[in-house]
Write a protein of this length. Structure first.
Length: 263
């Protein structure tokens, strides 16, 4: 999956995610209840959408600023390169269903790449591969409302206890065991939460188990948000998540400062 294109939003990636979202997760033997409106972040009201952040009184993040705040392959160095499309393990291990509604919401958010729900403002996304199909990092910058992001963070904090261990049925890899743990992120931004999610599937009694390790992080900076998902078959490269967040939070702050100076 190595390509030479820039690490900006790739039409192929977005098309793949859109197609996956349309397909939706498979039905479980005991169907899980759909997330209620109260569980999902409410969209920004028309009065709060364009122009000004309600929590800070500063101009809202523009599409150009969101794009400029992305990280790229040069930030993480070898072996990371710009990606084109989703990782090979995406459908096989993330397209899954469980009878536990709260845990089903997590699986759906991971599969659709919508931990914050549908975007309520400008958004920019990039994806990087580690040179083959084994690992992929997805990095997203959103203009959001702090209350919406904080609701998502509060929900993520509950998952190590409510969904610490559960099983799910995949469409391609049989039953998988899922473990969710807090990663204890450093103090990035104004608020943050990180999770380590391990999904282990064994297609048959005689087959070798397949393990996908996912690091998920959401960081709020004012009314802006960074969402990072890094996944690998086996183990992730050391410090990938914190390295990406360290660079990304500083870059977003620089973009914001440049916007204030130019204003």
């Amino acid at each position: 999956m190595r390509v030479t294109a820039s690490g900006l939003v790739v039409a192929g990636l977005l098309a793949a995610v859109t197609a996956c979202t349309a397909a939706g997760p498979p039905k479980a033997d005991a169907p899980a209840a759909a997330p209620t409106a109260a569980e999902r972040p409410a969209p920004a009201s028309p009065a709060a959408s364009p122009g000004t952040d309600t929590s800070t009184g500063t101009p809202a993040l523009t599409p150009g600023q969101a794009q400029a705040a992305l990280i790229g392959e040069s930030d993480l160095g070898v072996p990371w390169t710009a990606a084109e499309g989703t990782a090979t393990w995406h459908d096989g291990l993330l397209k899954a269903a469980t009878g536990q509604p709260g845990c089903q919401r997590l699986l759906e958010a991971l599969y659709t790449d919508e931990l914050l729900g549908a975007p309520a403002g400008p958004q920019a996304v990039t994806a990087l591969d580690d040179g083959d199909d084994a690992a992929q990092l997805r990095y997203q910058v959103d203009a959001s409302r702090s209350a919406d992001v904080d609701r998502t963070l509060a929900w993520l904090r509950t998952l190590p206890s409510t969904c610490g261990q559960f099983t799910a049925q995949t469409t391609a890899a049989g039953t998988e065991a899922v473990q969710v743990a807090d990663t204890g992120l450093r103090d990035f931004g104004d608020a943050r939460q990180g999770l380590r999610i391990t999904l282990t599937a064994q297609p048959s009694a005689t087959g070798d188990p397949t393990t996908l390790t996912l690091d998920v992080a959401v960081v709020r900076i004012g009314d802006d948000a960074i969402v990072l998902t890094a996944g690998a078959l086996g183990t992730l490269p050391d410090d990938t998540t914190e390295q990406a967040l360290d660079i990304g939070v500083q870059r977003l702050a620089q973009v914001r400062e440049q916007g204030r100076v130019q204003a």
